[in-house]
Design a protein around this ligand. Structure first.
Ligand code: G1P
Length: 293
């Protein structure tokens, strides 16, 4: 089994749920307090020992790569002003991880985005991280999945119990429990109506996949929403051996929609040393009856 060292992040979408903010700014660069969403993903990867990130991008997404590039003019300015802490933070960004990008010419779905990286990932297992899913945890979520992958040598997807009313927003698995919090995936379905959902265990945007996924994706026809779905390709792999679903430890925010994005900002604002106190006292002064009137 080849070592897990590469990860793919699809970043080609328009981010329509966050318009107008995402008209000219990629949704992956929207900040949670002072850090863009994509940086949380890169930190999760670095902490989990990954070495290379394959970014699947599209038009107007070049600023994502700029964020992880060096910026000599800014670094000179910060040095001249004696802002050494900020200077170090900026310099660290360009050394975090090796980034390779590939374009997804049309937004044909998550499965299609993964397929766009076939020639780069070739015959290695790899992780997939969806930047909309921000997961705050002690041990990075993708590291938790990597541990299971290293233990069993099988594909692993992150799963979370969601309210029955929400199943239609997610890929849903039919589980057979292996041990507490770890399930074998018996079947899966993308965004089912409530009555067709096998369970309330939803797929969250963290996966560890083998290179066989590419042939499965090539055989996959458009599914839910008319898109090539990663869920449908993983379902094809179920016949070739087990796929595991891990109920990871951590708190997840859907930062790709407005309520989730605001919640993530409040939660991480309350954990940010420069923001915490002021935010907390502001919240305590809120008088919901009159402020919301
Ligand atoms: C994608 C996946 C879906 C998963 C979800 C998690 O859907 O296709 O299976 O449950 O991410 O965030 P999307 O939300 O990108 O439509």
């Amino acid at each position: 089994m080849k070592r897990l060292r590469k990860a793919l992040v699809p970043a080609g979408g328009f981010g329509t749920r966050m318009l107008p903010a995402t008209k000219a700014v990629p949704k992956e660069l929207l900040p949670i307090v002072d850090k863009p969403l994509i940086q949380f993903i890169v930190e999760e990867l670095v902490e989990s020992g990954f070495e290379e990130l394959v970014l699947v991008t599209g038009r107007q997404k070049g600023s994502i790569e700029d964020h992880f590039d060096s910026m000599p003019e800014l670094e000179d300015l910060l040095a001249a002003k004696g802002k050494t802490d900020l200077l170090r933070t900026m310099q660290a960004l360009s050394k975090m991880i090796r980034i390779v990008s590939v374009r997804q010419p049309y937004p044909l779905g998550l499965g299609h985005a993964v397929l766009c990286a076939k020639s780069i990932l070739k015959d290695e297992p790899f992780a997939v991280l969806l930047p909309d899913d921000l997961i705050v945890s002690k041990k990075p979520c993708i590291g938790q999945l990597a541990d299971v992958f290293n233990e069993f040598g099988r594909p692993v997807i992150a799963v979370l119990r969601v309210p029955d009313d929400d199943v239609m927003h997610y890929g849903i698995i039919r589980p057979r429990t292996v041990r507490e919090g770890l399930h074998e995936v018996i079947d899966m379905i993308e965004k089912p109506p409530r009555e067709q959902a096998y369970s309330n265990l939803a797929i969250i945007g963290r996966y560890v996949l083998p290179p066989d996924i590419f042939s499965a994706l090539e055989e996959t026809t458009p599914g839910a929403g008319g898109e090539i779905q990663l869920t449908d390709a993983i379902k094809r792999m179920l016949g070739r051996g087990s796929v595991l679903g891990l109920e990871y430890e951590g708190r997840r925010f859907d930062a790709g929609n407005k309520p989730g994005f605001v919640k993530a900002n409040i939660y991480l604002g309350l954990r940010h040393p420069e923001v915490r106190e002021e935010l907390l006292s502001f919240i305590q002064t809120l008088d919901l009856a009159s402020d919301l009137a």
